[in-house]
Design a protein around this ligand. Structure first.
Ligand code: UT7
Length: 323
């Protein structure tokens, strides 16, 4: 018998305001065609004034709890991946905890930028596998619109706001790759590359700062590292690309998604793609894609999924799970 973290519910929330590429043409030397051809992005959602990351996270959490048929009070742990928490502290996770009426559990944020959801899933899996929790709410939520330099056309057209969430529950499996739930994880980081993607503010500068990115360099690392981490995670459970029903990648750029799928040996017909509608929502992108993939009938119970992501740090990783 092996204790597995099995997905019981999924949900997401996107702010009402949809911003098409054409909106940026008014204030920047850019075009819809450039944005689509270099990134695949057509539109993104931006949070309303006053709407915070914990607000988005709460809506996604409520949707996932409803899908699982579980009351928020019954959750043992909340792990929230974000780089745009409402405040320096307390964590956005504790705000969600209060909003869903949970007092018996514990809540904390995980900060691994765009790789955040993969890190959060891995941590949630460890909590369940070690017996420290039976039911874990795992959330990815971001308001990257709050950390954009609106004069920098090379970054501000790429990002969006949103949130997605999963409810994981402990179940006994046989210990084989046929089990439902999280089967393997692979986490990596290399702080030597911290200058490629960062926010130029924080506690040290006493201001929030804005995102800075060496896009071309990050792109180069992404293409090299994403297929590698996905392969490693699959190998850990004796699986290969042919076994994969769906790749659910971090949604930063359609060209990165395509190159990674090709390197992995998985056709684009087995990749969940939402980047055209959401832009890059950092830690929210994978749970958003999972929720959309289920809602539109792509992802079904029993399917083998591999998720992979890379972002600031650099931090990257993959999770293999059977839905
Ligand atoms: O989620 C975390 C991980 N992040 C990523 O994975 C992002 C990785 N990087 C990328 O997705 C791509 O590098 C970008 C989409 C950011 C840029 O695409 P690129 O093909 O690497 O373009 P580039 O940076 O080489 O820029 C090409 C040209 C430049 O002009 P010059 O120097 O060749 O004259 C840029 O100034 O395009 C220019 N440019 C733009 N033009 C119109 C940059 N941004 C824009 C823009 N509109 N918005």
């Amino acid at each position: 018998m092996t204790r597995r973290a099995v997905v019981k519910g999924v949900g997401h929330y996107l702010p009402d305001r949809v911003v098409p590429n054409s909106e940026f043409e008014k204030s920047l030397d850019t075009s819809h065609d450039w944005i689509v051809s270099r990134s695949g992005i057509h539109r993104r959602h931006f949070a309303a004034d006053g709407q915070t990351t914990s607000d988005l996270a709460t809506r996604a959490a409520q949707a996932a709890l409803a899908d699982a048929g579980i009351d928020g009070a019954e959750i043992d742990a909340i792990v929230l991946a974000t780089s745009t928490a409402d405040m320096t502290f307390p964590s956005a996770a504790t705000m969600v905890q209060a909003n869903i009426g949970n007092t018996k559990g514990y809540a904390f944020d995980v900060q691994a930028v765009c790789a955040g959801f993969v890190y959060a899933l891995s941590n949630a899996n460890a909590l369940i596998a070690s017996g420290q929790a039976d039911r874990v709410l795992v959330i990815g939520a971001e308001t990257f619109s709050r950390i954009m330099d609106w004069t920098d056309r090379s970054t501000c057209v790429l990002f969006g706001d949103g949130a997605g969430a999963l409810v994981l529950s402990a179940e006994d499996g046989d210990g084989t790759s046929a089990d439902r739930g999280i089967l393997s994880t692979d986490l990596n980081s290399d702080g030597r590359y911290r200058d490629l993607l960062y926010v130029d503010g924080g506690v040290a500068t006493q201001n929030t700062g804005v995102l800075r990115m060496e896009g071309k360099e990050v792109f180069r690392h992404a293409v090299e590292k994403l297929a590698q981490t996905a392969h490693t995670a699959l190998e850990k459970v004796g699986l290969g690309a042919d076994d994969v029903d769906w790749v659910v990648p971090h949604q930063a750029n359609i060209r990165i998604i395509q190159s990674t799928a090709k390197k992995l040996g998985v056709g684009m017909d087995r990749v969940v793609v939402t980047v055209q509608d959401h832009g890059n929502t950092s830690a929210a992108s994978i749970p958003l894609a999972l929720s959309v993939g289920v809602a539109n009938g792509q992802i079904k119970p029993g399917d083998l999924l591999v998720t992979e992501a890379i972002g600031g740090g650099l931090a990257w990783g993959a999770v293999v799970l059977r839905w």
